[in-house]
Design a protein around this ligand. Structure first.
Ligand code: CDP
Length: 233
């Protein structure tokens, strides 16, 4: 069976990882949320006291830290476990400090080069659902399916706020909205690989859609693409 590449991009908290994970499971594909890689580099910089504004030092760190995304090792609601140099940082990468600094770190060209290289290697043989900001535009421009999930700022902030509440993390809706807005601004205005839909991406506004509706819609798109790829091969 032909195993294609599926790219899912979109702004913060637009439901990319929820949908990406469900699609990957249905297809028996590998799922990779590339946001966790940028978060892991940011966490490592903060942990080692590397100044975030020191582009050279942060880039060196991105080139040397070993990030592993492996099946969940603990049953605490995680989709997977994230290790940085062998240490479990699955929840640490969701901290307010990482939220604050991840977009500046992700704007560094050298950091992106290091992450993009690893992501392309992972996707080489297809059968992958990759989620991020620049997957359809830069990382996998040859992906057979490119989806761009969006939703209103208010809806996205509410969704993220609910996630924090369920995890018992103490934040206000205003703080969540501020961070989502700030990251979107930095991510979409940076010089290297800015957040935007690829020209051939299918844009879906999920503001008033349920998860089930988004899954149904995207699964239909993906199944059609797999059928087309099979006919071609
Ligand atoms: O889950 P959420 O949408 O809040 O964010 P994420 O996907 O975990 O990504 C965190 C941050 O990493 C983003 O705000 C971007 O700054 C950066 N990122 C990126 O630059 N490129 C990617 N392919 C994925 C994430």
């Amino acid at each position: 069976m032909t195993r294609i590449k599926i790219a899912i991009d979109g702004p913060a908290a637009s439901g990319k990882s929820t949908i990406g994970c469900i699609l990957a499971e249905k297809l028996g594909y590998l799922y990779l949320d590339t946001g966790v890689m940028y978060r892991a580099v940011t966490w490592a910089a903060l942990d080692r006291g590397v100044p975030i504004e020191d582009e050279e030092a942060v880039t060196r760190l991105a080139e040397t830290v070993t990030i592993e995304v492996i099946p969940a090792t603990v049953e605490d609601g995680r989709q997977y476990s994230i290790l940085a140099n062998g240490r479990d940082i699955t929840w640490e990468i969701r901290s307010p400090d990482v939220n604050r600094y991840v977009s500046p770190v992700s704007a560094y060209q050298g950091v992106r080069r290091a992450m993009t290289q690893q992501q392309r290697r992972i996707a080489r043989d297809g059968g992958v659902v990759m989620v991020g900001r620049d997957i359809g535009t830069v990382v996998l421009p040859d992906a057979e399916v490119k989806l761009y999930l969006d939703a209103s700022l208010e809806e996205r902030s509410q969704r993220r706020y609910l996630e924090y509440q369920q995890r018992g993390q103490c934040v206000t809706i205003d703080e969540v909205r501020e961070n989502v807005m700030l990251r979107d601004r930095i991510d979409s205005t940076r010089d290297t690989a800015p957040l935007r839909p690829a020209e051939d991406a299918i844009v879906i506004d999920t503001t008033s859609m349920s998860i089930t509706e988004v899954v149904e819609r995207t699964e239909a798109i993906v199944r059609a693409a797999i059928a087309a790829a099979e006919k071609r091969d």
